[in-house]
Design a protein around this ligand. Structure first.
Ligand code: MG
Length: 385
C-alpha cells in the first residue's frame, strides 16, 4: 500500500520492522494506519480527556486537556508530514500515543510519582507511554498491549537513560548507539513542543496568569503581535491574542518545514535506515527561530509553570499522588482485584520493585477526577469505599 508521494527517507509501512507478536497484515489499511486505529480504540486514549495538561481538568472547560493537546500535536505533525512527503499515518499514530502514559495532574503528577518510585527505578511518563502500548492495554485475545509496529514504538520512546535502554531490547538500541530515530519520530517530538508552547500561551492568557505586555518581551510573540496590530489595530483583545498565536504557530511550522527540507536535501538519506544512521537530526528549526522558541519555553517556565496559582495545584497534586501510592504500596488489599493480582504477580517476579511498579501503573492510569475520588475514598472517613 505504498503512497506515490512518499519521499525515499519516509517510513514505509510495507517495510516495517514489524510487531512484537507476529500478526497477519491488515487487509485495507497500512500497518501504520492500523497502529493509529488501535491507539484511538485504547482505554488510555479515552482517559486523556480527563487528564491535566497545565490546568487541572475541573478549573474550566476552555482549557486544554491532554486529549486536545494530543490532537493539536497530531495535526501540526500531519501538516509538516504532508509538506515533506513523510508517512502521515505514522506521524499521527506517534502523536496520538505520545502522552498515553501521562499521570493525572500533568507534570506535577509525574514528578510526584517519580519521587515515590525513586527507590524502584523511577517513573517517566514517556517510558510509561511505551509500557501502555506494549503491556498494559488488555484488549486483544492473543497478546497484551496494542502490539504496535517498531516505528510507532520508536517514536513514542523519545528519550531514555542508557540504564533503562539496556533492558528494552531493539527499541532501546539507539540510546546506547546514540543514533536518531526515523523522520516521523523526530517530527512528532518537535510538533509536541510547538503545540504546548503555543497553547500554553493561549491558556495562560485566558486564565489571566500571564499578560500580553509580558509576552511582548519575547521576539516570537512581539513580531507577530506587531504585524496583527498594524493590520487590525481595533481587534478585540481575545481575537488579537488568537490571531497572534496562530501566526506564531505558522512561523514555527513554516520555519520547521523549510529548514528540515533543506537539511534532507543536503544529505538526501536513501531510506529510513540512512536517516537513523545519519548521526544528525533532520527535523529542526533554523538557528534564529530555535532561539526564539527557547526564549518562549523559558518564559513559560518562569511565568506560567512556576506561577503561584499553578504551584498550589502542584502541591495538591503531589499530596494526592503520594497519598495514593503510599496507601496502595503499604497494603495491596486496597487495590481493585485485577490490580492487586498484577501487583502480587510482579512482586513474585521482581520483589518490591515489581510491587511498586504495579502500584505506579494503577496510579499513572488514573484521570484527575478518578485520582481525587480514590484519594477521598481512602482518606475521608465519611466516604464509602
Ligand atoms: Mg505532549
Amino acid at each position: 500500500m505504498a503512497s506515490p508521494h512518499r519521499a525515499p527517507y519516509a517510513a514505509d509501512p510495507s517495510r516495517t520492522r514489524g510487531r512484537r507478536h507476529a500478526e497477519p497484515g491488515p487487509a485495507w489499511r497500512s500497518e501504520f494506519q492500523r497502529d493509529r486505529d488501535r491507539i484511538v480504540h485504547s482505554a488510555a486514549f479515552r482517559r486523556l480527556e480527563y487528564k491535566t495538561q497545565v490546568f487541572v481538568n475541573h478549573e474550566g472547560d476552555m482549557f486544554r486537556t491532554r486529549l486536545t493537546h494530543t490532537l493539536e500535536v497530531a495535526q501540526i505533525a500531519r501538516t509538516v508530514a504532508r509538506a515533506l512527503a513523510l508517512d502521515e499515518d505514522l506521524v499521527e499514530a506517534i502523536a496520538l500515543a505520545h502522552d498515553l502514559g501521562h499521570t493525572p495532574f500533568g507534570h506535577a503528577g509525574q514528578d510526584a510519582l517519580n519521587q515515590c518510585m525513586k527507590p524502584y527505578g523511577g517513573f517517566e511518563h514517556n517510558l510509561q507511554s511505551l509500557r501502555v502500548v506494549d503491556e498494559l492495554e488488555e484488549k486483544y485475545a492473543d497478546f497484551n498491549g496494542l502490539n504496535l509496529t517498531f516505528e510507532t514504538r520508536e517514536g513514542i520512546l523519545k528519550h531514555c537513560s542508557t540504564a533503562v535502554a539496556q533492558g528494552l531490547g531493539d527499541i532501546g538500541r539507539r540510546f546506547l548507539d546514540r543514533t536518531h530515530p526515523g523522520i516521523e519520530a523526530q517530527l512528532a517530538n518537535v510538533a509536541d513542543e510547538i503545540a504546548y508552547n503555543n497553547h500554553d500561551v493561549d491558556d495562560g492568557l485566558r486564565a489571566g496568569l500571564i499578560t500580553v505586555a509580558q509576552l511582548r518581551e519575547l521576539e516570537l510573540f512581539r513580531e507577530q503581535h506587531d504585524a496583527v496590530l498594524q493590520q487590525y489595530p481595533d481587534l478585540p483583545s481575545k481575537r488579537m491574542a488568537h490571531e497572534t498565536i496562530r501566526r506564531m504557530i505558522n512561523r514555527l511550522v513554516g520555519d520547521l518545514v523549510e529548514t528540515t527540507r533543506a537539511q534532507l536535501k543536503e544529505d538526501a538519506p536513501a531510506d529510513i535506515d540512512a536517516v537513523r544512521a545519519a548521526g544528525r537530526a533532520f527535523v529542526a528549526f533554523s538557528d534564529g527561530v530555535r532561539d526564539q522558541n527557547l526564549a518562549l519555553k523559558r518564559f513559560l517556565r518562569t511565568n506560567l509553570y512556576q506561577h503561584y496559582r499553578v504551584h498550589r495545584m502542584t502541591l495538591k497534586a503531589r499530596r494526592v499522588v503520594e497519598g495514593l501510592f503510599d496507601a496502595f504500596f503499604a497494603d495491596l488489599r486496597l487495590l481493585p482485584p485485577s490490580f492487586a493480582a498484577a501487583a502480587h504477580r510482579m512482586e513474585a517476579a521482581r520483589g518490591e520493585a515489581g510491587r511498586a511498579r504495579a502500584v505506579a501503573d494503577y496510579v499513572a492510569g488514573m484521570t484527575d477526577r478518578y485520582a481525587i475520588s480514590e484519594y477521598e475514598r481512602l482518606h475521608d472517613p465519611a466516604r464509602g469505599g
